[in-house]
Write a protein that binds this ligand. Structure first.
Ligand code: AMP
Ligand code: ZN
Length: 459
């Protein structure tokens, strides 16, 4: 049976509004399978504005393991990737003219992607393979180029995607008339160089992005990631009945909701004079403390630690407290959760402030904060207050928090990275393999372009 062709709001059927596909328009289908999310996106870019036609993900259920189990993640990709790609195909823009490359999808003529983008690394090897092999298959079947991109580069470029999306939405909604000139200025923001804090379940990194493929890692974790630490703390701090309500392993989100049940608009927070202070609960009935990372007397203020984060100590402190006080009431649990978050977030602020003091940071006007932990409102407060306190007011350093759907793992950011790399002339050869560890810093093994499998067109 011939199925019905669904036209989206952006592609009305009435003739005057039909869009002609022009050669400056680029369309990609992108796949992300580096960890536990199976995600597929379709992104269109014209000049500096972008439209997402599709961006969905399925997250594997790892609750019984308390964290991501590679085999569970891989099985979930195998179950869901083909189905998601099939669904995405139905969101490819509808074709009206005969002279462009098209695909027939359930009785509709749809625009064939100009290239296929996929995460090539870093990540769980077997998980990455499921995505890369699917992408190679599509690229061969459609006879279009393949772009195998770096997941961490995609996180770093996400604010540029968000900005490009905003340009189109504002114009579509008729809210602003943007001249072509102003549009291109707006769409290239944040301009290089900018700083990014990537705070997720798998990463804690402060990155200095100088250009598309030049991202210097200024600080990274020496042990566990901040999201991992918060999840581990949440599992012991949250009352068992509360924990049972978890629908996924994002325990950090639950911890924030538990600690701040009233969704405060203002917080009772004062920046510390020193980032090595110990958090003592205000209620002196409690006899525990949470120490800041690197707060041993020998470490104090040491510049040698400016390039590293450490989070396993906070996790151990929290465990010790809970073990000592197994019958802890909800109020004390809230205070403990707040103390753990505060120390963890101030540790981030300390590395940002160290970095901003470097002579080569004079041009930095934006700090992008992305990754799952960036959706924590208390983090926003702690960062802003500490920056203000040290003279980096909003007019000197803007804090940008991309919406959570784009700064947690997703295929739209992979698609955008594919767009930027494609336009710079890069293509990936069909014999390219996945890469479990793939630095984005050119000073480390050549970084993004140091991996074999790239070829460049004469642009
Ligand atoms: P990602 O690795 O980017 O997908 O993000 C997942 C991580 O972000 C997990 O460790 C979550 O617990 C953490 N996370 C998500 N929301 C919050 C929140 N509101 N507060 C703290 N951590 C969070
Ligand atoms: Zn990620």
């Amino acid at each position: 049976m011939r199925s019905i062709c669904h036209f989206t709001k952006r592609f009305p059927t009435s003739l005057p509004f039909r869009r002609k596909w022009s050669s400056q328009r680029l369309l990609t289908l992108a796949i992300e399978t580096s960890c536990d999310d199976t995600s597929v996106a379709i992104l269109e870019k014209k000049n500096n504005s972008a439209i997402i036609h599709f961006n969905e993900k399925v997250t594997s259920d790892n609750r019984s393991y308390g964290g991501v189990h590679p085999l569970v993640a891989v099985e979930s990709h195998q179950r869901n990737l083909a189905t998601l790609v099939n669904k995405a195909m139905q969101s490819l823009p509808v074709v009206y003219s005969q002279d462009i490359k098209m695909l027939h999808v359930e009785g509709c003529r749809r625009h064939k992607p100009d290239f296929v983008t996929v995460t090539r690394g870093p990540g769980i090897r077997a998980a990455l393979i499921t995505g890369l092999e699917m992408a190679k298959g599509l690229s061969v079947a459609w006879q279009v180029p393949l772009l195998g991109v770096n997941h961490m580069q995609a996180h770093a470029l996400t604010p540029r995607l968000v900005n490009a999306l905003a340009v189109d939405t504002l114009r579509d909604e008729g809210l602003v008339q943007i001249s072509p000139d102003k549009k291109s200025i707006a769409a290239s923001r944040p301009e290089f160089p900018f700083l990014s804090l990537l705070v997720s379940g798998g990463h804690t990194m402060l990155v200095h992005s100088r250009s598309l493929c030049d991202h210097e890692i200024i600080a990274s974790t020496t042990d566990i990631a901040i999201g991992d630490m918060i999840d581990k703390c949440a599992r012991v701090i949250l009352p068992p009945a509360y924990l049972d309500t978890a629908k996924d392993v994002m325990y950090g989100k639950l911890l924030e909701e538990f600690v701040f049940p009233n969704k405060l608009s203002t917080y009772d927070y004062a920046p510390p004079s020193s980032f090595t202070r110990t958090r003592i609960p205000s209620d002196l009935a409690y006899d525990w403390v949470i120490s800041a990372p690197y707060s041993n007397p020998g470490d104090r203020g040491s510049i040698a630690y400016a390039g590293s984060f450490t989070y396993s100590g906070i996790d151990s402190s929290v465990r010790r407290v809970v073990k000592k006080r197994p019958d802890m009431g909800d109020e004390e649990r809230r205070i403990l959760g707040k103390a753990a978050m505060e120390v963890a977030f101030e540790h981030l602020a300390s590395r940002v402030l160290f970095a901003l003091g470097r002579p080569d940071m004079k041009d930095i006007k934006t700090l992008v904060v992305s990754g799952g932990v960036a959706s924590n409102r208390y983090l926003k407060e702690v960062l802003r207050r500490n920056l203000d306190d040290k003279g980096y007011s909003p007019d000197r350093l803007e804090l940008a928090f991309p919406p959570p759907e784009y700064c947690t793992d997703n295929a739209a950011m992979i698609a955008w990275t594919g767009m930027e790399m494609y336009e710079a002339g890069w293509r990936t050869k069909l014999d390219a393999l996945v890469e479990r560890r793939w630095p984005i810093d050119p000073r480390a093994d050549g970084g993004i372009l140091g991996l074999d499998g790239w070829e460049r067109l004469n642009t």
